[in-house]
Design a protein around this ligand. Structure first.
Ligand code: AMO
Length: 439
């Protein structure tokens, strides 16, 4: 008999089907045994009655997370006792045959059948291969998958070509000290801190490119928003006039991705009590204006023209209150705190760059880039770097490139904020942090 998926069963009342999946939980009520079975399509209740002797004997041995195969009759639930929580709640399977395909060799360290796991972050992550099987945890990754899928769709629709760039590189793209050095045969190399140089090269070839790929940051932080390996959703586009064009494009992308998630992941959002507002015009303000607001409204002063995590949180609170937007663009960051490739703005103390904040957290950085060869060499030197170390990057500009700009989005931070997760690590299947290299 061919396998039927659980979500097909409501259409098959009166028929005998074969199901395969994981046992969520077994419950014994008097003489009856109930098993909640799940597969990739959903969850269903099954009942095993003593008359089906062999199946009943087998069912008595069943524990959570056994992987089983059953044959049984699809029946409408007796007395119209519909379980509204699951799409298959109107039917159940009366099991006729049951066999075990695979089972845990050990006592499970955590019970993952509960709706809420209520584990501390370390326990959740230490037991990741198991805790990821929990329905509510899985919902995070359904949303994540929807997000990256929607991102690729809108980028392609907007004329961006998907590229994949090397993650072993010879120069630190983003500057600073947060790069991982690796031994590369006889040489030293780095793990890519971003696809920055290669996506710019992509503009000189394809005009508009995007990439969804791994980014490595040797940040020694213990925060709820940093990890050492994350997935960047990057883009770079040619023939722009300023970062305004980049922000307009990013705004369109964000609106589409949010709309797709809210349309296609209703149950998953509901599980977290999460709501997505339609994204219209995202407010923009200069960083200096934001700092003024922080000072006046919250009595928060920054020593330099820069913003910290608390400032980002507060300015988002202010924007929400005054503009009813979950997003805000902060623009014109000082040259001193931006990488050398950033285009200076009319006042050269500042750059034509932006950060996009979402519900209190920076989810993206972007802007216009320097595209003139000589200006770029000067900027590299001004940042106390050696142009010789960037010889191949500089070739892009030697051969000519249109005015261009782009962005890097932190994919996991978006999901973290959509669902209100305490830590970014909950939005990563197998996160990497300072202490965590396994599982
Ligand atoms: P930036 O360094 O700001 O910019 O990174 C872009 C976005 O990536 C996310 N992010 C992180 N997410 C998790 N853990 C981290 N340690 C981490 N670091 C950054 C954030 C951030 O906004 N090349 C530029 C982008 C560009 O200008 O196109 C860059 O990498 O969401």
């Amino acid at each position: 008999m061919e396998r039927t998926l659980i979500d097909e069963t409501p259409r098959l009342v009166g028929q005998v089907v074969k199901l395969e999946g994981w046992v969520n939980i077994r419950r014994d009520h008097g003489k009856l045994i109930f098993i909640d079975l799940r597969d990739r399509s959903g969850k269903i209740q099954m009942v095993i009655i003593p008359d089906k002797e062999e199946a009943y004997r087998a069912a008595k041995e069943i524990r959570s997370e056994y992987i089983i195969e059953v044959e049984g009759l699809v029946k409408a639930r007796p007395g119209g006792a519909k379980n509204e929580k699951i799409p298959t709640g109107g039917v159940e399977i009366e099991v006729e045959k049951l066999s075990v395909i695979s089972k845990p060799e050990v006592e499970l360290p955590v019970d993952i059948s509960a709706e809420e796991l209520n584990l501390n972050l370390d326990t959740l992550l230490d037991n990741r291969t198991l805790t990821l099987r929990n329905e509510k945890v899985k919902a995070i990754f359904k949303i994540y998958a929807e997000m990256v899928g929607a991102y690729a769709r809108i980028m392609k629709q907007s004329g961006f070509m998907e590229i994949k760039t090397p993650k072993i590189v010879n120069a630190a793209t983003e500057g600073g000290a947060n790069f991982f050095k690796i031994k590369y045969f006889e040489k030293e190399a780095y793990l890519a801190q971003s696809p920055q140089f290669y996506k710019q090269a992509g503009v000189a070839i394809f005009e508009r490119v995007f990439e969804v790929g791994s980014v490595f940051r040797a940040e020694p932080h213990y925060t709820t928003r940093h990890v050492n390996e994350y997935i960047g959703m990057d883009a770079e586009m040619g023939f722009i006039e300023s970062s305004e064009d980049v922000m307009a494009e990013l705004e369109k992308v964000i609106a589409y991705v949010m709309e797709e998630i809210s349309q296609n992941c209703q149950a998953e959002l509901e599980a977290y009590g999460a709501q997505i507002l339609p994204v219209e015009k995202i407010p923009r303000m200069k960083l200096t204006e934001a700092l003024d607001i922080l000072d006046k409204e919250y009595g928060k002063k920054m020593e330099e023209v820069d913003i910290d995590a608390e400032g980002e949180r507060l300015i988002c609170e202010w924007v929400k209150k005054n503009h009813n937007s979950d997003f805000v663009f902060l623009t014109h960051y000082p040259t001193s705190i931006r990488p050398f490739y950033s285009m200076p703005s009319a006042d050269p103390q500042y750059t034509d760059t932006f950060d996009l904040l979402f519900r209190g957290l920076e989810i993206s950085t972007g802007g216009q880039r320097i595209y003139d060869y000589n200006q770029l060499v000067a900027s590299i030197k001004k940042h106390n770097l050696n142009p010789e170390d960037f010889a191949h990057y500089l070739d892009i500009f030697k051969y000519g490139i249109p005015p261009h700009g782009g962005w890097g989005l932190g994919s996991e931070r978006i999901v973290q904020k959509i669902l209100g997760l305490g830590s970014i690590k909950e939005a990563i299947l197998f996160p990497r942090d300072v202490k965590r290299l396994t599982p």
